[in-house]
Design a protein around this ligand. Structure first.
Ligand code: HEM
Ligand SMILES: [Cu+2]
Length: 589
């Protein structure tokens, strides 16, 4: 993008002293890579792994969209569908996300603390996560060669009774341990900064990273216990039985907050980068902090909303989880307000007027802006279908139908993935020192994603309402009377066509993204960058919010207490009849 953010740049310097956010990497003439060459390299490596996973995982997505709709079945046999599906879920929801987030957070922390954070510890987390990725990916892909006798067709939501080769669990564990070390990297950097700035407010991006990582530590304990205490010993033959409900409960204790581990980095971009791209400034820094605190508190005590249909968990626990989930809507609604208001501020700085006319003054020709704002728009739609998922009784209607993938391709599959791709158009020149290439392709890409996802996700939602199941290569059910799969609106053939067409457009969009990034990576360094990396401070800065917001220790304690309150009794119930004994205690009705 060209220098659209002229407004606010002078303010940026003027307000600097008060807000603790400073132009840092941003002093005119110095780019991020010049100031922090080691960090830039670490981020490039992380992004390379992330985008490699995105490419392979996206190709698997195309195979699924074509195969299950019957549009083209030549890639794999239906018997191999679960290998593809596991590869798609793990490479995209676990590998792409975690590597991208680790890189983005490295940028956010170093930029906002104004200190390099790349060092030996950083490379330890990078290589730990990388080793885990290779191990897990090879084990999954081995499923295509049955003679090897190795497979991990357990889907990205891995729990008993499905069992994978131990190498898969080890790989998943290494990815998680690597992410913990990455968190230590950010916290140590923060500690170093705090020693030199005892009285300053935590810079906003660092605040966001720290609260997200605290939530992540709390949540990932669940999957760590699931893998280390149950699945790994079981797959190694050290124990003969596991309690499937116990592993499911531990997985979903982690499985809901993990979606916020994907979403909060997108929020970081929406709050700190998007207003700037729009030509304005963030409306309120304290509101952003409130949102991150609420998400730290409420993300974890909600996992039972994935288990509404599990017998063996008493209804009351599910009801509490539903209530907490509904409260989670609040921070997302605040986000919608703050981010849109900040965009409006930007548009008005650029001469926009009227109630809605200001929208026209937004930089619709800037691929980074377009991708990030369209992903925000899609997230709003995903929020609506999420409310349906969260409602205990409505959930029964859509549970395990293709509605659910329809929902999360709007959230992780767009709010996260498209934000990640789009912010890369802005970030990559700064971490590589290279001008963004193929700008027209870059600009078409987010629009194409939006179109493809509108088709695919909308049809998935409707097909789900008509009862079409998810996770199957053969959803035709030829012996079922047509009336069973009758769409609320439209016919099943039309929905299939839209899923196949939407999936194809998405894959083309993804290829465009990869081509743009590879082309940029291959151009020689030098010349004027195509982006301006400065981020102006918020209109209402951190000093206008109460100090207690920055007390992350207090918020962590409350988050732990909420988890103890929501999980102790149900887990006790599951463990009381024997820790690895299948079955559950009788539930009073
Ligand atoms: C080229 C773009 C994509 C296409 C065409 C695509 C297509 C699909 C389809 C058709 C399914 C449903 C399969 C079934 O239930 O039988 C699916 C599942 C899934 N997708 Fe995608 N997808 C794409 C991108 C993404 C992205 C970017 C993410 C996340 C970052 C993602 C995450 C998932 C997950 C987690 C599942 C569930 C897997 C499971 O049920 O175990 N997808 N995808
Ligand atoms: Cu959830």
């Amino acid at each position: 993008m060209t220098a659209t953010a002229t407004s606010g740049t002078e303010d940026a310097v003027a307000d600097d002293a008060e807000t603790g956010e400073s132009p840092s990497s941003t002093t005119p003439g110095s780019t991020y890579i010049e100031t922090y060459p080691d960090d830039a390299k670490l981020i490039r490596y992380s992004f390379a792994v992330a985008f490699g996973a995105l490419g392979i995982g996206g190709f698997f997505g195309l195979i699924q969209a074509l195969h299950r709709t019957g549009a083209f079945r030549g890639f794999v046999s239906s018997a191999d569908y679960y290998t593809v599906l596991t590869g798609h879920g793990v490479l995209l929801a676990l590998v792409f996300t975690t590597f991208f987030i680790a890189g983005l957070f490295t940028w956010g922390v170093s930029r906002s603390l104004e200190r390099s954070i790349a060092g030996r510890l950083s490379w330890i987390w990078f290589w730990t996560m990388f080793a885990g990725t290779v191990l897990a990916a090879v084990t999954i892909l081995a499923g295509f060669v049955p003679s090897l006798g190795v497979n991990a067709d357990v889907l990205f939501t891995f729990y008993a009774p499905m069992e994978a080769n131990p190498a898969f669990y080890l790989g998943a564990a290494l990815i998680i341990v690597g992410s913990w070390i990455a968190g230590a990297n950010y916290f140590l950097a923060y500690r170093g900064w705090r020693a030199e700035h005892p009285d300053d407010r935590i810079p906003l991006q660092t605040f966001m990273v720290l609260t997200t990582m605290l939530m992540w530590y709390l949540a990932s304990i669940g999957v760590a216990v699931e893998v280390v205490a149950f699945l790994l010993p079981w797959s190694l033959g050290l124990i003969q039985t596991v309690d499937p409900l116990m592993t499911r409960t531990l997985f979903w204790y982690f499985g809901h907050p993990v979606v916020y581990f994907w979403l909060l980095p997108a929020y970081l971009v929406w709050y700190t980068v998007l207003p700037k791209l729009a030509g304005g400034r963030l409306l309120s820094d304290p509101l952003a902090r409130v949102v991150f605190v609420l998400l730290l508190l409420l993300s974890t005590p909600t996992g039972f909303h994935h288990q509404y249909l599990d017998p063996g968990i008493a209804e009351g626990f599910k009801f509490v989880a539903m209530t907490n989930t509904m409260f989670l809507l609040l921070p997302s609604l605040i986000t919608a307000f703050t981010v849109v208001a900040s965009m409006e501020h930007g548009a008005r700085q650029r001469g926009g007027t009227g109630y809605v006319n200001w929208l026209r003054k937004l930089p619709w020709g800037d691929p980074a802006f377009v991708g990030i704002s369209l992903s925000g728009l899609m997230f709003a739609a995903g929020g609506f279908s999420g409310m349906v998922n969260a409602g205990m009784n409505l959930n029964y209607l859509i549970h395990n139908t293709i509605w659910v993938p329809g929902h999360f391709h709007l959230t992780v599959g767009t709010a996260f993935a498209l934000t990640a791709m789009a912010v890369t158009y802005w970030l990559f020149p700064q971490i590589s020192g290279k001008r963004l290439q193929l700008k027209t392709a870059a600009l078409v890409q987010p629009y194409l994603w939006f179109l493809g996802m509108t088709l695919m996700s909308n049809a998935m939602h409707r097909a789900g309402l008509a009862g079409v199941p998810r996770r199957t290569a053969e959803p035709q059910y030829p012996n079922t009377p047509a009336v069973v799969f009758q769409g609320v609106v439209g016919g099943i053939g039309e929905m299939r066509t839209q899923i196949a067409l939407g999936g194809t457009l998405l894959f083309v969009s993804l290829l465009l993204f990869l081509v743009v990034i590879v082309a940029t990576w291959l151009t020689p360094r030098g010349g004027q960058l195509s982006v301006d990396g400065r981020i102006p401070p918020a209109i209402s800065g951190p000093e206008s919010g109460p100090l207690v917001l920055d007390d992350i220790r207090l918020w962590t304690i409350i988050a732990v207490v909420l988890v103890v309150l929501t999980y102790t009794l149900p887990l006790w119930g599951l463990a009381a009849d024997g820790l690895i004994q299948p079955g559950s205690p009788p539930i009073p009705v």
